[in-house]
Write a protein that binds this ligand. Structure first.
Ligand code: PEP
Ligand code: MN
Length: 347
């Protein structure tokens, strides 16, 4: 931490800061410049926070040097992590050496629709399936998901296909039942800052897919991951899914630069959801190509056998020729950036 004094700060003002810092066991290194004095602090940053140094006379600014997130930071864990998802024998990696293609319906609507969507996904090369049994809808009148029945459908489709399942949990009271049926728990954009829910999934014993809040900064997103890690779960995968901007041509603006930025700050894997970012199917393939090129560790994409009948997000669901061109991109591009298909690395 660095304390920057104002140009008119007195020697007493500087000494007051030094005394406060040393009183809590820290060390203070004073450096006098021509117009300003700065004081470098070494020690326990949390105890410095308690001093409210910014409120002292002569203090202009207090800046932190280290990341506010610890467990998920690369400062403490330089090697990038791989998160394994699924039961032994079906485990799929998400990490720096592989590219993980995840696909499935936005929502579980029926056993037939889910199985068809997942078979389409598998034929296109997906190695993990998605599908929401609990849907966080903007309108309380919209389809809210099948709940436990949806979880049972997902578990039976996993049985049929051998593909690990990621599904969203929207309420801390449902964490146990979702963890019982799924291989990975998804926290959606609307719940990224639901700290009680983050703590609950941190204790659920399953990997977590943490989507970026649509209005969250990268630092807020990594602090949300820290909540999960702090409860003992470091199997967290981050997902960039677009942020809210002034641009109405897409549902959200995919922040592609977030991928390398997050990878430089955190050891956690990061994947991209081009479907929820764009909201329209025509952008899903180009955005997936961009995600692969920028170094994402995977993509998660909506597919549906009959988008015109979908109960949720039909306009962004892929099928037919679009899904075939996504399959081609996911087959051809990852090797050009040094990655192998996660399916070949199952364990
Ligand atoms: C989803 O993946 O089904 C979903 C609702 O995504 P998001 O939280 O990113 O909107
Ligand atoms: Mn959706």
């Amino acid at each position: 931490m660095v304390v920057v004094m104002t140009p008119d700060a007195t020697d007493e003002d500087v000494q007051r800061v030094v005394d406060k810092v040393t009183a809590v066991g820290g060390e203070a290194f004073v450096s006098k410049g021509l117009t300003r004095t700065i004081i470098g602090l070494v020690g326990d940053i949390d105890s410095f926070h308690g001093l409210n140094l910014r409120t002292l006379p002569g203090v202009g600014d207090v800046q932190r040097i280290s990341d506010p997130f610890k467990l998920v930071s690369r400062q403490h864990h330089p090697e990038r992590s791989t998160v394994w998802v699924g039961a032994p024998g079906q485990q799929v990696p998400i990490g720096p050496d592989t590219f993980t293609f995840i696909a499935g319906p936005c929502a579980v609507e029926s056993a037939q629709q889910t199985l068809e969507a997942v078979e389409m996904a598998r034929a296109a090369g997906a190695v993990m399936m998605r599908g929401g049994a609990y849907k966080p809808r903007t309108s309380p009148y919209a389809f809210q998901g099948l709940g436990v029945k949806g979880l049972e459908i997902l578990a039976s489709v996993r049985e049929a296909t051998g593909m690990p399942v990621v599904t969203e949990v929207v309420d801390a009271r449902d964490v146990a039942v979702v963890a019982e049926h799924a291989d990975m728990l998804q926290i959606g954009t609307r719940n990224m800052a639901n700290f009680g829910l983050l703590q609950a999934v941190g204790q659920a014993g399953k990997p977590v897919l943490l989507k970026r809040g649509m209005t969250a900064t990268i630092e807020e997103w990594l602090m949300a991951a820290e909540y999960i890690a702090q409860r003992g779960n470091l199997d967290v995968v981050l997902c960039e899914r677009g942020i809210r901007t002034f641009e109405p041509a897409t549902r959200n603006t995919l922040d592609i630069s977030a991928v390398p930025i997050v990878q430089s700050k955190s050891h956690l894997p990061v994947i991209v959801d081009p479907s929820h970012a764009a909201g329209v199917k025509d952008l899903v393939v180009p955005l997936s190509r961009a995600a692969i090129a920028v170094g994402a560790d995977g993509v998660i994409v909506d597919v549906h056998p009959h988008p015109e009948e979908a109960l949720c997000d039909g306009p962004q669901a892929l099928l037919g020729a679009d899904l075939r061109s996504l399959a081609q991109a996911v087959r051809q591009l990852p090797p050009t950036v040094g990655r192998v298909d996660a399916g070949t690395a199952r364990r």
